[in-house]
Design a protein around this ligand. Structure first.
Ligand code: SF4
Length: 348
């Protein structure tokens, strides 16, 4: 009898759960490849890669690292444009912050379902665990993801499969249900024990989730962006810039993004053609981008704030170079703003 090796695609976030889920299925002789969706909000060591002080920390793409550990092919799929609708109009709402986890998971499984159709694969694997996350990984929301994604019983969650109805791969005997797992709840102990059994070390342990939308401060800056613009829209550059620098909005119609160190300075420099900017010239200091349409009075105010974050904060006067969006520069001199005048609610 000729046996056909079954093929599955595993959603790889870069965390431990998806690593273990893929491995558990590979152990049963299934050919597994990984898929990772790039939304623009992914954490993936982004700020570590920018900040100079984090230079010593390893910079790695965890999804690629997981694929390497497993010895599988990884498909990285850019979903930046399509994903906008998930973030802007999530039908199931947001989690604790701006994270639309339930819609997000449904979207990713749907994309994976399309992918297996196009590539002749048999089923989909995720590292979800019942009760692990408050929004997307609950017993009552797991069927929602399977149903709304259209994947139905082609969606296998190996780590908690024994708590769920048998999927097609289990019914067909492509997978032995007894060799899948019954993990549940927020404890990470079973995963850690399984990682040890499989010999995995040095895996990533994301605290809140796999993307910036679970971060309170990031979400606040994101909401501020929409409020200031009066519309719920964003471009990739917007959401990248929210990951970097100190964001200060002294007036509703403009915001200042001030680099906090050299790495951020370099990163923000790449955006100087898109924004007006300020840079101290008489003293060492940060680069600042100005987001909004600014009057001369606004520029003066912004310059005083930027001077306050430079080495000249105690000087009588600080000289700065202002460069408009048209690329034309001029020098200006201002009195640095005393800390007492920098209002708390300007900080986003
Ligand atoms: S944490 Fe982010 S990437 Fe992960 S499911 Fe939630 S919204 Fe999606």
């Amino acid at each position: 009898m000729v046996s056909t090796q079954r093929k599955a695609v595993a959603l790889i976030s870069g965390g431990l759960d998806s690593l273990l889920a893929a491995k558990a299925v590979m152990e049963q002789g299934v050919h597994v490849e990984g898929i990772n969706f790039y939304t623009g909000f992914c954490v993936e060591g982004h700020t570590h890669a920018i900040r100079k002080k984090d230079k010593a920390k390893p910079k790695r793409n965890n999804a690629l690292w997981v694929a390497e550990q497993l010895g599988i092919k990884l498909h990285i799929v850019d979903v930046i444009e399509e994903y906008k609708d998930i973030v802007i109009n999530p039908s199931h709402g947001y989690g604790a912050h701006m994270n639309p986890c339930l819609d997000c998971k449904g979207f990713m499984v749907k994309k994976a379902h399309q992918w297996i159709d196009e590539h002749g694969f048999d089923f989909i694997i995720t590292g979800e665990v019942i009760g692990q996350r408050p929004m997307s990984q609950r017993k009552d929301t797991m069927p929602v993801i399977a149903r709304e994604s259209g994947a139905g019983d082609l969606l296998v969650r190996p780590l908690c499969a024994q708590h769920l109805p048998p999927t097609l791969p289990e019914q067909e005997g492509w997978l032995d249900r007894e060799k899948l797992f019954d993990f549940s709840g927020r404890t990470r102990k079973p995963q850690m024990a399984l990682a040890e059994k499989y010999g995995f070390e040095d895996y990533a342990q994301p605290a809140g989730g796999c993307c910036f939308l679970t971060d309170e401060h990031y979400s606040k800056k994101f909401v501020d962006l929409w409020d200031a613009r009066g519309e719920r829209k964003y471009e990739l550059d917007d959401i990248m810039l929210l990951k970097v620098g100190r964001h200060i909005r002294p007036r509703k119609h403009f915001k200042i993004i001030i680099s906090r160190e050299e790495g951020e300075n370099n990163f923000l420099s790449g955006y100087r053609k898109m924004f007006a900017s300020l840079k101290t010239t008489s003293h060492a200091g940060p680069l600042a981008l100005l987001d909004g349409e600014l009057t001369d009075d606004d520029i003066e105010l912004a310059a005083r704030i930027v001077a306050r974050y430079s080495q000249g904060r105690s000087a009588e006067k600080v000289e700065l170079e202002f460069t408009g969006k048209d690329g034309v520069s001029r020098l200006m001199e201002v009195v640095p703003m005393p800390p007492s005048q920098v209002q708390e609610d300007w900080h986003i």
